[in-house]
Write a protein that binds this ligand. Structure first.
Ligand code: PMP
Length: 430
């Protein structure tokens, strides 16, 4: 049952002589689970194909963007049609307004939106804007939430960073780190006491409204509402980082689902349909400060790139269909319940979470509510499970602290094959 990996192993050897660690983003190196990272050659629907000719059912989906699956016809067609008209103009297009209008209609907290090229750029720019708007310097983030790799945000940042035991990265000046207050996720009392101490200095809270970088960790009842109330009373801004959750948990994001209106929102992943994209937006009085409308500078050579915008538009239009999110959530629920049943059958303590097209599976005794409880989940057991599934042609995230994703093309047949593999993998490792 074990797959061939000789060509991937060769490719990794070569890559390591050319690229730091052989990869262009750390988690791809399989450091948390060991073994040979698979070098991919093709994606089609729910499947990934590697250099050695193995086929996998993909639950990483490029870390979230591919909610329609790989090479979806509408996306391929949109990109192809745009490509022949040119790949970038460095000048405005009507397409950008089309995408902006769609995003703004889905997320009523946003009056204006600016496109950028990654989630990192989106959160970095939103923070600069929050500081520019409030004239304050400190920010609050939550331990285990990842908001990209900007200096201020690379602090107790979950998954990739935590996996490598780098609580902070060398190169982040302590003077900058000192402006970031890190608090436990889901701990409103900690937030209130930070505001009691530093309230006049805090520009913003940035939060993943559903944690997705310590596995999937939903907010406790009242947590997001509490963040809204405390920021309002101290004149600080509330930033929802919906890079992962936007158009992933619901069409209206986590903010629509939980009914909390942030001042600013960051987006990425799904809105780019698999091309490099991010966006930030929110209240008009705040966004009016962004250059050239206002003095807070932010720019990008390829921002609003017509290929990425075309791919994003095609994706969002396909998602704006009745029943899409119910269907995604049913798939997530089926995977999680299979994981929980199999865990119980073979005697492992297991926990599961899901919302829309996103899910979390933990080998843990207790429900996971924050980074501390996520980090207590069994990393070694996850690694065994991960490899047992990989051998059964199911590709999960190569870390116990990442969320899983489903797409619209993970149909009943694909799910049935996955569920069988889950049970068989669990049996193999117990
Ligand atoms: N915010 C969140 C919530 C994310 O999950 C990520 C990436 N996983 C980012 C920001 C950074 O996005 P990017 O990798 O596109 O820079």
């Amino acid at each position: 049952m074990t797959h061939r990996t000789a060509r991937s192993a060769e490719a990794m050897k070569r890559a390591q002589t050319l690229i730091p660690g052989g990869v262009n983003s750390p988690v791809r190196a399989f450091r948390a689970v060991g073994g040979t990272p698979r070098f991919m050659t093709r994606g089609e629907g729910p499947y990934l194909y590697d250099l050695d000719g193995n086929r996998y059912i993909d639950y990483v989906l490029s870390w979230g963007p591919l909610i329609l699956g790989h090479a979806h016809q509408a996306v391929v067609q949109a990109i192809t049609e745009q490509t022949v008209r040119g790949t970038s103009y460095g000048a405005p297009t009507e397409l950008e307004s089309d995408l902006a209008a769609l995003i703004l209609s889905a997320l009523p907290s946003m009056d204006l939106v600016r496109m950028v090229n990654s989630g990192t750029e989106a959160t970095m720019s939103a923070l600069r804007l929050a500081r520019g708007f409030t004239g304050r310097s400190k920010i609050i983030k939550f331990i285990g939430c990842y908001h990209g790799h900007a200096d201020s945000l690379l602090i107790r940042a979950g998954s990739g960073v935590a996996t490598f035991s780098l609580p902070d990265s060398p190169g982040v000046p302590p003077e900058i780190a000192a402006l970031t207050i890190s608090l436990p996720y889901n701990d409103l009392a900690a937030v209130e006491s930070a505001f009691a101490q530093f309230g006049e200095e805090i520009a913003a809270i940035i939060v993943e409204p559903v944690g997705g970088n310590m596995g999937m960790v939903p907010p406790k009842d009242g947590f997001l509402q509490g963040l809204r109330a405390v920021t309002q009373s101290y004149g600080a801004l509330l930033i929802f980082d919906e890079v992962m959750t936007g158009f992933r948990v619901r069409f209206g994001g986590a903010q629509g689902y939980y009914g909390v209106k942030p001042d600013l929102t960051t987006l990425g992943k799904v809105i780019g349909g698999g091309l490099p994209v991010g966006a930030y937006g929110g209240r008009k009085d705040i966004m009016d400060l962004v250059a050239p409308a206002g003095p807070v500078y932010q720019a990008g050579t390829l921002s609003g790139n017509p290929l990425a915008v075309a791919a994003g538009l095609a994706t969002l239009k396909t998602l704006a269909t009745e029943g899409v999110y119910e269907g995604l959530e049913a798939r997530s629920a089926q995977l999680v319940s299979t994981f929980l049943d199999a865990g119980k059958r073979y005697g492992f303590p297991v926990q599961g979470t899901f919302l829309g097209g996103m899910f979390g599976c933990f080998f843990a005794e207790h429900p996971v509510t924050d980074y501390e409880s996520a980090a207590q989940s069994d990393k070694a057991r996850y690694a065994s499970y991960f490899h047992a599934l990989l051998d059964r042609s199911v590709y999960l995230a190569p870390s116990h602290l990442e969320a899983g994703f489903v797409s619209l093309v993970h149909d009943d047949v694909v799910l049935a094959e996955t569920c069988e593999a889950i049970d068989s993998a669990m049996r193999a490792i117990h």
